[in-house]
Design a protein around this ligand. Sequence first.
Ligand code: UDP
Length: 250
Amino acid sequence: MSGATSVLGCRVDACGVDEAVARILELARGDVPASVITLGTEMVVRARRDPSFRSALNASALSLCDTVGVLYAARARGLHLEGRVTGIDLLDPLCAALAREGLAVYLLGAKGDTAARAGAALAARHPGLRIAGARDGYFGPAQDDEAAATIRASGARVLLVGLGSPRQELWVADHLAKTGALVGIGVGGSFDVLAGNVERAPEVWRRLNVEWLYRLMKEPWRWRRQLALPAFVLLALQERLTAGRGSSTA
Ligand code: UDP
């Protein structure tokens, strides 16, 4: 991995999909539980006002760039990034590698049997992939320990967590060690896409970095969440101006 930068206090690693898969395999074969995050604009804005969330993000072994806002801000700070690495982009190459290596994966999150169907879709695409188990993400704190124990009993090495942010990153920070998995990866709404509940933006929208706009059109109730983008742009500009002033007086 060729470096990292900080965007508004959150670390972003210069890491593409292939490198991320290699690093995750290395972590999964290790003996210290580690988290992988897919860093989005909304998460960075939240981390500004929530230091414990920021600590959970920065304690990750790998911080991948999930959104166009984070991509441009990281590039403006000199980080060489080919593009975004979203949870859904990561899952296919990762599962191909896990199938080759015989490492079992557990899917935690989303409604009803969505995680189980997402696991079945991944297993169909990657023969030999070991799905250790799946569970929905609608349980309260009273069931956290039981969920962790079930994952431990499943023998999973890699835990995919689709509980939405910030819950998924906080869940991994608080419970990964209890699950026995060596890597916990926040994957947002990926299970919904894999299970066919939600359609992903067509390739051309993604290439033009306007997947967020497609999502807003399909799910207009998300507009309030997407207000994080203008807030992020303002904060990032402010940070650059302050940094510029700092360096001119240094
Ligand atoms: N989710 C969950 N438990 C909750 C809240 C959300 O399992 O308590 C799931 C939700 O069903 C969805 C995912 O978390 O599958 C988050 O999706 P969203 O599109 O909000 O996440 P994003 O990809 O934008 O982070």
